[in-house]
Design a protein around this ligand. Sequence first.
Ligand SMILES: [Zn+2]
Length: 429
Amino acid sequence: MKKGTAMDALLAEIERREGDLVSLTQELIRIPTLNPPGLHYRDICDLVGARMKAQGWDVRLIRAEGAIGDSESHPRWNVVCRLEGRGGPGDCVHFNGHHDVVTVGDGWTRDPFGGELAGGRVYGRGACDMKGGIATSIVAAEAFAALTPGFRGAIEISATADEESGGFGGVAYLAEKGFFDPDRVQHVIIPEPLNKDRICLGHRGVWWAEIETKGHIAHGSMPFLGDCAVRHMGAVLDEMARTLFPVLAGRRTDMPVVPEGARSSTMNLNSIHGGEPVQEADYTGLPSACVPDRCILTIDRRFLIEEDIAEVKAEVVAMMERIRAVRPDFRYEIRDLFEVLPTMTAQDAPVVRTVQDAVHRVLGKSAEFVVSPGTYDQKHIDRIGRLRNCIAYGPGILDLAHQPDEWIGVRDMVQSGQVMALALHDLLG
Ligand SMILES: [Zn+2]
């Protein structure tokens, strides 16, 4: 068969499977895999596993035993399905989607776990982020394998836990077990909802830390006998506003981060707490009179590929030292909570070029390259798996993620599935 003809047949085959794609998306949405706490993970893995097994795929159910979040009551289950082509050795293309969804929240007019189909959209929590993406990659891979059983190499589909809470019981665990080693998997596509015409190359870096200012407890009627940690923190906030935030805002990246506002360094003040703990809602008493002896600020610093994490941390330490130089008795501590290095797959990496060509063929326009302001599971594939040929590409509108009445467009899934199938054809055909 001529190449053009084979590609046309593949595009038509995805169209033909639209009904199957919709019903699979609905089935996935109807399993409420809420995280936290991590519900029904085994059920959704069984559903995906049973479907793939029935078509001759090798299916492995893997529990992330001992990973954070894993427990007997809420086990962290993952499923990895693999199909070898009959054409002998070749590359392996892996589609990875997270099967967990975030809390429902208020404001819904549809059943969040009903999977309702209306006006060319499938509704439900996780419809776009990212059960529609998982269904799309499954149907694309099945269609390709049905039409081209003699392909070279292998296809893998995984549905993994806990992306919404860091991915440690999901992709990080699999990466530690070698599932994303570059000699095993050569191309990874994560069908997160980034719009069907955009290719996400990576994400900014993250540093979460706690800054604690220290004081001295005393009776609240005689604050001069103590040392107020909250007032020390006030000095920190003031110094940040004067000397740190303007510098961060002025630091621009060449990474194509969307939205535009995230093309600078940013820092969110995630929480602040000083003094007595907040009491339970049913506590009817008054506070006691104390000078707070500690105050804790949690910072969420997002940094650019042009920045070095050691310098990012040193910049905050230098700011604290400036305060200490002018403020008597200023004592503090900084504790690291979490960090992720920025990552960006090269625009000429094989998986990028392939998907770029496929987008052009299916949608008749050039794909836009983007970088995510926040991280997703690519961080584990990159850092633990050491695999540099990874992108996020999938159907769904990013802004709908985590919103009420979340939906995925059927047309978007079909076209995105066509792009994925063409990418398989190009990489393995
Ligand atoms: Zn997601």
